[in-house]
Design a protein around this ligand. Structure first.
Ligand code: TRP
Length: 399
């Protein structure tokens, strides 16, 4: 299964999904992706179980299948039910100053998981990764990591349960020992098979995967998890990160660790339509957390791909095609009221509601969300960033 991402195969395949590229001729075929990667679909019985175990309604991203695939999530829940603890691990490659809405999705969900399960969280900022892939200087990547940390903190994480680290600052000691142990278990042929590296790629890229793998093992964080080598790890991420963790899961038993469990999301679609991830190079393909209300309104009105008909008469007659409609997709992520979403879908789909009305509703929701984020981020001080990033024990992390 693993060999499917190799570069030769990429040319023949109409859909490419790996940590550096997400593209498809049409829509991403997520069923095919699940099959190819070998993960499992997140079914209703698991969602019900999460609700039961946490005593809270399932997050909207679970109800709407934004997080739609997993690996061994049921084992995490089994362990949790037995009274065992686990920790969360997620991350961000700091490649840009401002985050767009798609970047917030895994963090919003991780925050819910942290609150619902009351568990510690480690957040990796892969400034080294972006320095190597994006042609950023070491200093610029580090600066972006700190800037992005502010946006991440603004999502509301609990400082008494959260450790944020930059690779450039933190890699060393026990973390580095795990990297070396992981690296020794992975042949060159294997990484080429998983990631599609070629002979022209610099060796920094080839040597990076153990950096992203290491946080999956509790002993990489002695200030947090000393004496807890058996602690399980759950990784919320977008499904393009799966190759890293396929590799990690492959080596885990050989190092005497549990395989990390994963809970994986869809990609947040670009305004122009659902053909892949948003492109950082086109500012009009996404809504950024730094966009003004006016920007948001303009972008939605001008660029959000509509499934509505070309004239009001035809729209009233045929209704909107919800399958391709971006405002409907975005509402699926961010309009929390299930009944209201269903109402809009029905009315719009039947042509009784017009695209403009749906866009207006979306604009209001996003303006409020972005404004809330802007205020939260403005309240994040340098001292708070230092506090989250300090290598320190978290005595109340399981409470
Ligand atoms: N490689 C990821 C990115 O470019 C960052 C990352 C590091 C990550 N560790 C992770 C993402 C764990 C999800 C889970 O964004």
């Amino acid at each position: 299964m693993d060999k499917n991402n190799s570069s030769e195969n990429q040319e023949q395949e109409e859909q490419v999904v790996n940590p550096w590229e997400v593209s498809a001729k049409g829509k991403i075929d997520y069923d095919k992706l699940i099959e190819k990667f070998g993960c499992q679909r997140l079914d209703q019985s698991i969602i019900d179980r999460v609700a039961r175990l946490t005593g809270r309604p399932p997050h909207v991203f679970l109800r709407r299948a934004v997080f739609f695939a997993h690996r061994d999530f049921n084992e995490i829940l089994d362990a949790y039910e037995r009274g065992e603890k686990f920790y969360l691990y997620t991350g961000r490659g700091p490649s840009s100053e401002a985050l767009h809405l798609g970047h917030l999705v895994p963090f919003m969900f991780t925050k819910y998981l942290q609150d619902a399960f009351k568990v510690p969280l480690v957040i990796q900022l892969t400034d080294d990764e972006k320095c190597m892939w994006k042609n950023l200087t070491v200093e610029e990547s580090q600066r972006l990591a700190r800037e992005n940390a502010k946006d991440i903190i603004a999502c509301g994480f609990d400082a008494s349960k959260t450790f944020i680290f930059s690779d450039f600052d933190y890699v060393g000691g026990s973390f580095y020992k795990n990297m070396v142990k992981i690296a020794k278990c992975v042949t060159y042929n294997k990484v080429v098979g998983i990631f599609g590296f070629t002979g022209e790629d610099h060796i920094g890229k080839v040597s990076f995967p153990p950096v992203q793998a290491a946080p999956s093992f509790p002993s990489s964080f002695p200030h947090l998890f000393t004496g807890m080598d058996n602690l399980r790890c759950l990784i919320p991420c977008a499904i393009d990160q799966d190759p890293y963790f396929r590799m990690t899961r492959d080596v885990a038993p050989r190092l005497g660790y549990h395989k990390p469990a994963l809970i994986e999301s869809l990609f947040f679609p670009a305004l122009q339509g659902e053909t892949g991830k948003m492109s950082a190079s086109d500012p009009n393909s996404a809504i950024y957390v730094t966009d003004s209300g006016k920007d948001i309104k303009n972008k939605i009105n001008k660029y959000a791909f509509s499934g509505g008909q070309d004239s009001v008469e035809n729209h009233r007659k045929y209704g909107a095609n919800l399958e391709v409609d971006i405002p409907i997709k975005y509402l699926g992520f961010f309009l929390e009221d299930d009944a209201e979403l269903e109402y809009i879908r029905t009315e719009y789909g039947a042509g009784r509601m017009l695209t403009g009305e749906v866009k207006k509703q979306l604009t209001e929701i996003l303006m409020e969300m972005v404004e809330r984020h802007r205020r939260a981020r403005a309240a994040v001080t340098d001292e708070m960033v230092d506090a989250f990033m300090a290598v320190r024990p978290l005595p109340n992390m399981f409470r």
